[in-house]
Design a protein around this ligand. Sequence first.
Ligand code: MN
Length: 484
Amino acid sequence: MSEYRVKGKTGDWEVILGLEVHAQISSKSKLFSGAPNDFGSEPNENVSLVDAGMPGMLPVINEYCIEQAVRTGLGLKAHINLRSVFDRKNYFYPDLPQGYQISQFLDPIVGKGIMHIDMPDGTTRDIGITRLHLEQDAGKSLHENSNKYSYIDLNRAGIALMEIVSEPDLRSPEEAGLYLKKLRSIVRYLGTCDGDMEKGSMRCDVNVSVRKPGDVLGTRCEIKNVNSVRFMIKAIEFEAARQIEIIENGGKIDQETRLFDSTTGETRTMRSKEDAHDYRYFPDPDLLPLEFTQEYVDKIKATLPELPDDKKARYIKDLGLSPYDASVLVADHATTHFFETVAAKHNPKLASNWITAELFGRLNKADLEIDASPISTDKMSGLLALIEDNTISGKIAKVVFDKMFESGKTAAQIVDEEGLKQVTDTGAIEKIIDDIMAANPDKVAEYRSGKDKLFAFFIGQVMKVSGGKANPNLVNELLKKKLA
Ligand code: MN
C-alpha cells in the first residue's frame, strides 16, 4: 500500500485524521426518558417532561441502551469498564433545554479497542479506538420557517447516542471512508444502530491536521456533522489543502470547529474550538455511577453474532474465497445474507463470482442496493443450477443474467423461451463438425500438415454455427478426434 501524500509547493504533506462518530442506538425509547425514538414524527411529538428540561424532572437510565453500548464495545474488541460515570457537559443553546448535555467524560463505559480495515489490495490496517461513551442528543433549531423566529424541535432531545472516538491513526481520505464503512457494518451486524446516515442515525466529526512526514503532529481542525462517506472524503481533501496553503504561506492553523458545505465542497469556520474546561464537566448528581458485573458483560458477549472479520476469515479458509472477495461479501449485512443463502446450495466460489462481479456490476450501473435487486436469491440460485448441471455455458449465462435483470423472469424461463440450452448431444455436434470440415478441405489439409493454429478457426466455426450453444469441452474433444 503506497502512502497517501498531498503535494504542496514545499514538498509532500502527510494528512492525519481521527474520527468521532455519533451512532444512534436502535432503541424504542430515549436514554433517560420513556419518550419514543421514532423518526419522521411531527415536531415535538416525542418529548417527555424530562426531555423538555422541566424543573424537578429526574433522568432514569434506559437499561436496554446500556446493553447496546456494551455489545458495541465488545464488537470493537474494546475494554468494557465495569464502572462508568455520567457527567454534565454545560453549554447554552436553544435546542438544549436542560442547559447541559448528559455525557460521559473521564470514565466512559467503553475504553480502548481496535478495528481492522480492509484495504483494496487485500491487506488490513489496524485503527485504534480510543473510547465509546454514552450521551444524549440535543434537539434541533429550524431557521427556514420564518424570517423572524427560530423554531425548536425537541424530538431528538434525549435520544441515546454512542460516541465512538478513534485514535489519530487514519492517514488518507480513503482510509477514513473505509473506517466509517467498517464501523457501520459492525453496528449493523450487532443490531445496535441502523447506521442510516441520511436519517442522521450516524454522524461523523473529522479531525484533520497536516504535517511534513516525520514531524510532530500539527494543529487540528474539526469538521462537524458530516453525513455521508462521500462528503467526508471531499471535506478532508478540501480541509487538508486549505491547511497546507496557510502553512506554506507562512500562516498558522487556528484550532477551530468547521462546517462542510456540500454544495460548494468547502469547509468554513463555525466557531473557535472550545477545550474540555470550557464545558465545566462535573458528575451528574441526578445519576449514580453506572456499575455492572463481569458476568453481565460475559452474558452479552455470548449473544454476539459472527462479526465481519471472523466471517471473512472463515470465507477464506473454509470456502476458498480470495481475501478481497471475502471482504466485499462481509462488508454489508444484506450482501452477506444474500451470499450465504445462495452459497448454501451451490459451489461457494461460483456463487461468490456471480455476486461480486456480475450482480454487483449490474446493481452499480442501475444504482440499486442489494435489497432492491431484481434478482432474488431464488432466481440467482436457479441460474447457478443451470450452469452447474451444464444446461448452459458460463458465456450464455451472462446473456441470460442480463435478461433476468431486465425482465424479472427466471433463468429457466429465459433459456426455454429463447432456446439457449447448451448442445451436449454428441451426434449433433459431430454433424456440425463434419459439415464444416467438408466445406473447408484446404484448411483441414493445412491443419493436418502441422498448422496447429487453425484449431481455433474450427472451434470458432462450430460455436458460430451452433449459436454459441455447443458445449465448449465437447467441441474441443470431438474436433481433436476428427481432425487427427
Ligand atoms: Mn458528542
